[in-house]
Design a protein around this ligand. Structure first.
Ligand SMILES: [Zn+2]
Length: 256
């Protein structure tokens, strides 16, 4: 073997090692990303929160199916995910997209109107029952209309504070003695009426695909909003001040 072909062979080996090292780094990064994912999985009528119990800004709520597709990554050579049509990059893009779209505070609007997503999207199977957040509450609002509109705060094209109608669809709002409300949006079915007293085991409705979800192409999910009595919304991921619970416990209280 001449020195030139030796050199070529050495070069090929170096390239191969580089590819493997690069691939291993990507796998490591994925494992780190996975560690930040909180898996929501229906087990009976309870939501199981696997990991971790407390959310930070960098964590994201995703379906178990999506996380499964993450963990099926076995490459070394970028031929996509085994058993998936999508590439690894597609999955990462989906991960980032979900993080930016589904949380409280995500940007919404269009045509010069700016508003925020005033709830948290919890991706659970369609027709999952939803329950009150506390042992006692009173239903203060319902809509059985799949195209029901709600007024929400926004900034108009001129930059001034304004309000705009958003299609929420079927919903239930419960007021708790602590002075907060929770609103369950995009339901398929509403099971309670205004004025009804509800308890921890009362099924308020079933999750579904109503309101602007019908045309958005997004998967069925529960849009959960929490507001103070003055109507100001806040991030459901934050600790429930009145209960002193972590978000993980809060999700369990939801029982979805
Ligand atoms: Zn939403």
């Amino acid at each position: 073997m001449g020195s030139r072909s030796m050199l070529l062979a050495l070069l090929l080996v170096i390239i191969l090692i580089s590819i493997i090292v690069f691939d291993q780094v990507r796998i490591k990064n994925l494992e780190v990303a996975l560690g930040r994912i909180m898996i929501l999985s229906g087990a009976g009528d309870s939501l199981v929160v696997y990991h971790p119990l407390k959310l930070t800004e960098r964590q994201v709520l995703l379906t178990p199916e999506f996380v499964d597709s993450f963990t099926r990554y076995k490459s070394p050579f970028w031929d996509g995910i085994r058993g998936e049509d999508r590439s690894l990059q597609d999955l990462i893009n989906e991960y980032v997209h979900n993080r930016n779209e589904d949380h409280y505070g995500s940007r919404r609007g269009g045509n010069g109107i700016k508003r925020i997503h005033e709830g948290l999207d919890l991706f659970v199977p369609e027709n999952t029952p939803v329950y009150p957040l506390s042992d006692y509450g009173v239903v203060i609002d319902v809509s059985h209309n799949p195209n029901h509109l709600e007024w929400v705060a926004c900034t108009n094209a001129a930059g001034a504070a304004d309000s705009v109608q958003v299609e929420y669809g079927k919903l239930v709002t419960v007021l708790y003695p602590e002075g907060i409300t929770s609103t369950y949006v995009h339901l398929n079915e509403v099971k309670v009426e205004i004025g009804e007293e509800v308890h921890g085991d009362t099924v308020l409705g079933l999750t579904g695909v109503t309101g602007n979800l019908i045309r958005s192409g997004k998967a069925s999910h529960l849009h959960l909003e929490m507001r103070y009595l003055d109507g100001t919304s806040y991030d459901p991921r934050h600790r429930l001040h009145y209960r002193g619970t972590s978000f993980g416990e809060f999700v369990k209280m939801l029982k979805i």
